[in-house]
Design a protein around this ligand. Structure first.
Ligand code: AQP
Length: 343
């Protein structure tokens, strides 16, 4: 099939979002935030707290508002600079909702029915899941394409949704005979930290919503808590192997080696070269040290930033104005392309 947007020639722009559904963890940091901070050096970046996504499952209003500020604080504490990157809240820019509706008419039921995240999150009782939860990836496509973003840094779990965003962009361009109107956004997934697993079960991703706090390292955890969680992290009685291939089927061990490699910015093989043949005791102490060095300064900065909600609100207000200034003309163009009255 021809690809009408393969030669999109608009500017490169980075977009990504994080849900305000709880405290951020090591998976969010390595899979997303750390990449965001690096990208702000080289690209125009837009980072969003996606509260419209959060309400696809029930949220307490007061908690939602608090969590929205907390995620913004985590952006700042991790090193995002609001003068460089645009930081804002999704619901403050109307373009997201408007474009999501328009994309609902381009997306196909069959595409959404294949989304594994909906199946995981809806569980057995999908008849009772919200329509929003089913439609989540269409809103995600709107988030990205309202800015004609070309690159999207996310964890491995979002790969399928990003493919759907490309399908929606391509379909819109074709249906409205508007070749190259929307770019086909590229996921930026590769690299260490793309899939951090639960410390209790190496087959499940580390997640905010896991009932067990021992399953994850939170950005707010202090050194003692990190040490305790790593000590209890699931491994196996075998010694550390010599090659990454031998970690196959040893999910807990593979996860800890991957976390170490991502934090030390070395390969899995480098980690194994250092620890092969040993048990997990010494390795876990070294991993704890790396985690404490990487995470506790962010936690301390988080406490400082959270103490100044007026500053957080000012960052978000400015960010919403700048985001809207980019998205509004794109939505005007979309309205003209579709043939809406008055456009
Ligand atoms: N375990 C992970 N490893 C690597 N990256 C991850 N991300 C999430 N978990 C991991 C990436 O973090 C970004 C923000 O995610 P999110 O909060 O918007 O949504 P999520 O993927 O649903 O995160 P959680 O922790 O699993 O939340 P709950 O439990 O609420 O569903 C995304 O780029 C994601 O890929």
């Amino acid at each position: 099939m021809s690809n009408p947007s393969a030669d999109y020639n608009g500017p490169e722009r980075v977009f990504s979002g994080v849900q305000p559904t709880g405290a951020l963890h090591l998976g969010n940091y390595l899979g997303a935030l750390k990449k965001f901070v690096a990208l702000q050096e080289s690209h125009d970046c837009i980072f969003c707290v996606v509260d419209l996504h959060a309400i696809t499952i029930p949220q307490d209003p007061k908690t939602l508002a608090d969590n929205t500020r907390k995620i913004t604080a985590a952006f700042l504490a991790a090193g995002l600079d609001p003068k460089r990157a645009i930081l804002f809240v999704q619901s403050a820019v109307k373009a997201h909702s408007e474009l999501a509706w328009i994309f609902n008419c381009s997306a196909r039921m069959g595409w959404l029915e294949r989304m594994t995240q909906f199946k995981d999150k809806a569980g057995k009782d999908k008849e009772r899941a919200s329509v929003g939860l089913f439609d989540y990836p269409v809103l995600q496509a709107a988030d990205i394409l309202a800015y004609k973003a070309t690159h999207v840094p996310v964890g491995e779990d979002q790969k399928q949704h990003l493919e759907l965003s490309r399908d929606i962009a391509e379909r819109f361009n074709r249906d409205y005979n508007a070749p190259r109107f929307f770019p086909l956004p590229e996921p930026l997934i590769k690299g260490p930290g793309a899939r951090i697993m639960s410390l209790k079960d190496g087959t499940k991703k580390m997640s905010k919503s896991d009932a067990s706090d021992l399953s994850r390292i939170n950005l707010e955890d202090d050194a003692d808590t990190i040490a305790r969680k790593i000590k209890k992290a699931r491994t196996d009685p075998e010694p550390i192997p010599h090659s990454p291939g031998e970690l196959k089927g040893r999910d807990g061990a593979a996860n800890l080696v991957g976390i170490y490699a991502a934090l030390a910015e070395v390969s899995d093989q480098d980690v194994l070269d250092e620890y092969a043949g040993q048990g997990f005791g010494i390795f876990k102490s070294a991993l704890t040290e790396l985690l404490v060095q990487a995470i506790t300064p962010i936690g301390e900065e988080l406490t400082r930033v959270n103490a100044d909600p007026a500053h957080i609100d000012a960052v978000l207000k400015d960010g919403a104005e700048r985001a809207n200034a980019i998205a509004a003309p794109i939505i005007d163009e979309v309205r003209q392309t579709i043939g809406f009255w008055g456009a």
